[in-house]
Unconditional design. Structure first.
Length: 290
């Protein structure tokens, strides 16, 4: 199946494989970078969380259990989260979609509940009705990326406050950017940095992934993947390693550039149940519960 087209006028015309690896998105407030690298055993994920420097520090990931599943995710003091994985290798990551005007219905529901609610899913068949059951019209816009180990596929859901759309991507390396500062320039520079990084030795390794997410190219600031501004910065790095019978989450408080090698590590066993998984068609539109 052909991967979803890359969004944005920066890549008009023919799309190369290197460009397909970088999914573009706009923003006005904060930025995040999400990287996905599949391998023969499973996959690696790295995610920089970029937030306001005034935001309360999140809690380290802990092992929890719900509906018979082992779960791993960091959490806000309120309990919400932006990334998580379960013991079947099903992983979710949420990125705010600032390019879309935000006019949710009241009372508001935090987007932090999305991953926490849906992380017990195992397949696309289970995920779709679970998303439909969320109070989406009370949530600001977002993009939700699902990594489905059992189906070896990546599904991206976009809620724009009018409809929820879904696209399926190939099971191949890819990067996502949510930008809140000079969006076209940020996306262009970060995408170029990622494409250049794939030409380096050891590209795709865990060490390479950490170096990428610690990068200050072209200089420490709003354009770098490890982001630094007066009002916002990279506040954490989350790494997920799925394969060889285990699911490992490593969490780094603060940016990787701070010189600390202290990671909070949590691990659960991987249970790859055999399931009849039906792949949805790309571009599917889902109903929304008010």
């Amino acid at each position: 199946m052909r991967p979803a087209a890359v969004r944005g006028k920066l890549l008009a015309g023919k799309i190369s494989r290197a460009d397909r690896m970088c999914s573009y998105d706009g923003g006005r407030e904060v930025m995040c970078t999400l990287s996905f690298i599949p391998n023969s055993q499973g996959f690696y994920i790295g995610m920089n969380r970029d937030e306001s420097v005034r935001r309360v520090t999140a809690n380290s990931p802990e092992v929890s259990y719900r509906d018979g599943h082992g779960l791993l995710y960091p959490a806000e003091p309120s309990g919400g989260t932006w990334i998580g994985v379960n013991d079947t290798g099903f992983c979710l990551a949420l990125i705010n979609w600032h390019a879309v005007s935000s006019h949710p219905e009241r009372p508001l529901v935090s987007r932090g509940t999305v991953v926490k609610t849906l992380i017990i899913s195992q397949s696309s068949d289970q995920l779709f009705p679970a998303i439909e059951g969320l109070p989406l019209r009370r949530m600001p816009p977002f993009r939700l990326i699902a990594f489905l180990l059992l189906e070896r596929a990546v599904d991206e859901f976009r809620w724009n406050q009018i409809e929820l759309s879904q696209q399926r991507h190939e099971w191949e390396a890819r990067h996502w950017f949510s930008s809140g500062f000079d969006e076209p320039a940020v996306q262009q520079r970060r995408a170029k940095l990622c494409r250049t990084a794939w030409d380096r030795p050891q590209a795709g390794s865990l060490n390479w992934l950490r170096q990428l997410h610690a990068s200050h190219s072209p200089a420490p600031g709003p354009f770098s993947i490890c982001m630094h501004r007066k009002d916002a910065a990279t506040v954490s790095y989350t790494e997920i390693v799925v394969g060889s019978g285990t699911v490992l989450m490593k969490y780094h408080h603060g940016p990787l550039c701070n010189g600390s090698t202290d990671f909070v590590e949590r691990i659960i066993s991987l249970h790859k149940e055999k399931m009849d998984c039906t792949r949805p068609q790309s571009g599917r539109k889902l109903g929304v519960r008010h």
